[in-house]
Structure formats: structure tokens, C-alpha cells
Design a protein around this ligand. Sequence first.
Ligand code: GDP
Length: 178
Amino acid sequence: SGCWEPQYRVVLLGDPGVGKTSLANAFAGLQERDLLEQHGEVAYERTLSVDGEETTLLVIDAWEPERRGEESWHRSHCLQVGNAYVIVYSITDHGSFESAAELRIQLRSMRQAEDIPIILVGNKSDLVRCREVSVEEARACAMMFDCKFIETSAALQHNVAELFEGVVRQLRLRLEGK
Ligand code: GDP
């Protein structure tokens, strides 16, 4: 351990209402919380100890829905700045799952040459009776799109730590591969 800690930007993507802010809060809430306002971006910084090593993640929760007919600089900026991406849908909303697939395609076309970690997240796993997206369907989609997959409940804090630890491991794997 030294004074230098690697820092990575993790951008949350997904339809409104799927739980991006709730996940960011759950991520930040466990320790001291730094709320930074940068150019209208809301970012949550936290240092995680994963497998005995510290890594700092800056989780950026600034994604906005597409407005008709609008070329969005902000959206393409979000798709450019991440070192890793967490694409969130709600297991209770199949439309948000379809949006997640579209986001994966957009991301791939913008960051073609790069091998960036992407995690598909089915949030609201506590709402079992309202489920519209099965685990099998989501797994198949993740496999096709070459990304990791996890279901979370921001409300119950279930799998939230595992999600961000997974992001750290994915980032390290790519660093070691270089
Ligand atoms: P965002 O628009 O993607 O940032 O979504 P929010 O974090 O604002 O969440 C939208 C709504 O879903 C809020 O009412 C949250 O309380 C609720 N919500 C978020 N995550 C969960 C979850 O894991 N389970 C349940 N039951 N509700 C959730």
C-alpha cells in the first residue's frame, strides 16, 4: 500500500426510475459521503478495499433521458468519460430492459476500440411479484453483449457492495491484461 490509489470513473446509465440514484446512494452511504457538484454532474467518491487492495471509484449519476429531436452533448459526454459502465434496468419494467440493450449498443459504437467493463444490473430484485424480466433472459442478454450481470436491490442494500466490488475487479483485470 502506498500514497497512490488508482481512481476510476464509473458511469450509471439507464431509464429514469430504475434506481440509479438509489444505487449511488447505497454505494456512498456505507462510509463518509462526498457529494461533488461538477458541471452539473453528481458524483459519489468512495475508496473500496477489494482483495486487500484499495481502489477509489467516482460513481457518476448524471444520465438523462433522450429528448426527441435533440442532439445531446451531455449524453455523448457521459458515454465518453467512463472507465466502466453500470447499465441499470428494473426487473419490474421490461421496457427499461430493452433500453439497457440499446444503451449497450450505443456504448459499443462510441467506444469501439476500447475494452471497457460493462455491468448489466437488474435492480429492484425485492419486487418479486412484479417481475417482468427473468434472470435467464437477462443472463442470455449479458452473454450476447459480452458484459457481466447481477441483480440488486438498492432498497434492501442487496448485492450493492458486490456490484461495485465486481466493477473494481473488472477494472483490475483489464489493467493486468495490458
Ligand atoms: P433513477 O431515476 O434511476 O435515479 O431512480 P431512483 O433511484 O430515483 O428510484 C426511482 C424509484 O424507485 C424511487 O421511488 C426508489 O425509491 C425506487 N427504488 C429504487 N431502487 C429500488 C429497489 O431496489 N427496490 C424498490 N422496491 N424500489 C426501489
